[in-house]
Ligand binder design. Structure first.
Ligand code: UTP
Length: 290
């Protein structure tokens, strides 16, 4: 398999779970401690040596592309004010990756969003990282998948074990474990009832796919709410050509879920030595820690 140089990051959803915060601000721009959600996702791609980022956006999301561009006016203010560490930080964000973007004109689901990037991907294998799914740990999440895609020469999907009561919220795989944490996918099912779920290995927002996925996506029939599900196309691809799954190590936060979003904020704030003790002191005022 050729090197993975491009990642598609869909960010065109409505973010309805996060309203009213997301009425005019994209969910992906909400801050986790001192950075917007999307910056953590792009940093993960960068750590996995991916240079080209394709955002699938909508008309209200240009601020996401702007975040990864220079802001010359701000830079000159910082320079004149002698705030050189901040200047370096904002420039670093602008220089992290090459940014391309494509519009998803109707929000017809994750599968449809990925389809929108077809002409920018062309014939190369590529990664997909869901723009509101945060992964942290040693090896960058998407890097764990790339490693297996390269060695197995097959598409790979990231999975994590979820509690049985949550399987109905995810795509779930049926897989045979071929080495610790690596599965050959036999089948996958989107949002199964608990009693129909083949396992509790849930597909999380990281994928490495081959461009033949687009042919399968074209054939997917819209499901609930007219949405074109990526899982449906991957299921057909897995059956015809094979697919692997990697049980991802590290932590995951779904930024569209308030409890996880807020936990991620506290987690990152606690990593900052300057803030840690002040924050813990304040939290102790209204939380009883055991
Ligand atoms: P979600 O279902 O988590 O996001 O999609 P959403 O639709 O924005 O949020 P809720 O459920 O209404 O709160 C996962 C990712 O896929 C993108 C979203 O932007 C999000 O990053 N997405 C989803 C698209 O790009 N296009 C779509 O049509 C749907």
């Amino acid at each position: 398999m050729k090197d993975i140089r491009k990642v598609v990051i869909p960010v065109a959803g409505w973010g309805t779970r996060s309203l009213p915060a997301t009425k005019n601000i994209p969910k992906e721009m909400l801050p986790i401690y001192n950075k917007p959600v999307i910056q953590y996702v792009v940093e993960e791609a960068q750590r996995a040596k991916i240079k080209d980022v394709i955002f699938v956006t909508n008309r209200d999301k240009s601020v996401i592309e702007d975040h990864f561009d220079y802001n010359l006016q701000l830079e000159s203010v910082l320079e004149r004010g002698g705030k050189l560490d901040k200047l370096e930080e904002v420039r670093r964000v602008a220089e992290m990756v090459n940014v391309m973007s494509v519009r998803q004109k109707k929000q017809l689901g994750l599968g449809h969003a990925v389809m929108c990037a077809r002409d920018l991907i062309r014939d190369d294998p590529f990664a997909i990282m869901v723009g509101d799914d945060l992964m942290f740990g040693g090896v960058p999440g998407i890097g764990q998948l790339i490693e297996v895609a390269m060695s197995e020469k097959m598409p790979v999907v990231g999975v994590m074990e979820v509690p049985w009561e949550k399987v109905s919220k995810y795509g779930i795989i049926d897989g045979e474990e071929v080495s610790p944490g690596v599965y050959r996918v036999k089948d996958m099912v989107e949002k199964p009832a608990r009693e129909d779920a083949p396992s509790r290995l849930a597909i999380v927002g990281r994928y490495v796919l081959t461009p033949d996925i687009f042919d399968y996506l074209e054939k997917v029939k819209p499901g609930k709410g007219g949405e074109i599900q990526l899982t449906d196309a991957m299921q057909a691809l897995a059956r015809d050509k094979g697919m692997m799954a990697v049980r991802m190590s590290g932590m995951r936060f779904d930024a569209g879920d308030w409890a996880e979003f807020l936990t991620a904020n506290i987690y990152f704030a606690l990593q900052d030595e300057d803030l840690r003790y002040e924050l813990l002191g304040m939290l102790k005022n209204f939380v009883q820690f055991n």
